[in-house]
Design a protein around this ligand. Sequence first.
Ligand SMILES: [Zn+2]
Length: 191
Amino acid sequence: MIHHDHATSGICRARAAIYRKIGLADGGLQGPVYPLPLRGAEVRGSSTTHHPCGRVMDTLTPQQRSERMARIRSRDTKPELILRKLVHGMGYRYRLNRRDVVGNPDLAFIGRRKALFLHGCFWHRHDCPAGRRVPKSRLDFWEEKFSKNVERDALVSEQLRKAGWRLLVVWECQLRDLTKVARKIRKFLDA
Ligand SMILES: [Zn+2]
């Protein structure tokens, strides 16, 4: 597995290219460098099986499917909960999803003028296995979606910085090592 060295490059090449396109030197991302993931994207259990003839068979009843979907949805909100719990446990108090702060940060520390963003690796194109994953079909559609996300992240970062805020992006894959991410967050908030 090839790991980009964020400590020396600051941002990965793909991201840098997008920043250049929209005229931002570094996308406004400053300060601490994020640790690299330990392993690839989580592989979720599949409820489909392949018939010997190659057709995909749905093995679940509608009831089972809807229960499973509910579980997946609730699991999808988990990273936010993990992050909130962690930061709260560290003794910091924050506001959630403040709409009056640019970019609607996941956690806003109003007095400190600091914002924490939790980014899904896939959607926000983290330089990690999950973030480098490219869907197999409708590539144009996805690429446009991804660029838009990355551009918006960069603009939010720039605008926040201009307004005197500092921000830290926590990537979903970093939540696998809570000790490490806690150290980073403390360093960021106490600076
Ligand atoms: Zn990641």
